[in-house]
Design a protein. Sequence first.
Length: 136
Amino acid sequence: MIEPRLEPRLLIVDDQAPIRYALRDFFVAVGWDVDCAGSFDEAAAALAKCEYGAVIADLRLDERHATGGLEVVRIARERSATASIVVLTAWGSPGAAAEARRRGADALLDKPVPLPELARVIERTRRARCVPSEKT
C-alpha cells in the first residue's frame, strides 16, 4: 500500500553514502520529506511502498547494476506520471542521456552539480508535469 503524504516526498538513490547524505541534508533543509536508498534493491522496495514527487538517481549504482539508475527511472515513471525524475552521473554521454529520457527521466545532470541548481531543475520539472494539458 502506498503511504499518502502532504509534504513533497523525495527519493535519493546513490551507492555512495556521502553523496546520499549531502543530498538528503540539503533537501530536508529546503522542506522535502526525504528517503534514501543505497542500492537498486533498496530503491525498488521504496518505490513499491511510497509515492514520490521527485526521484534523484545515480546512473551507476554498483558493479551488479552498472546502469541501475536507468531501471530506477523506469520503475519510478511507471509508478508516477507526475514525479520529477533526475539522473546524476559522472559518466554522462549522449547515449546515456537519450536512454534516460526514453525511460522517463526529466533530466540527466553531470556530477558534480550545485545543489541549488539541482533543486531548481526538480522544481521546474515538477511544475511542468503538474500543469494541466491545454488540449481539449
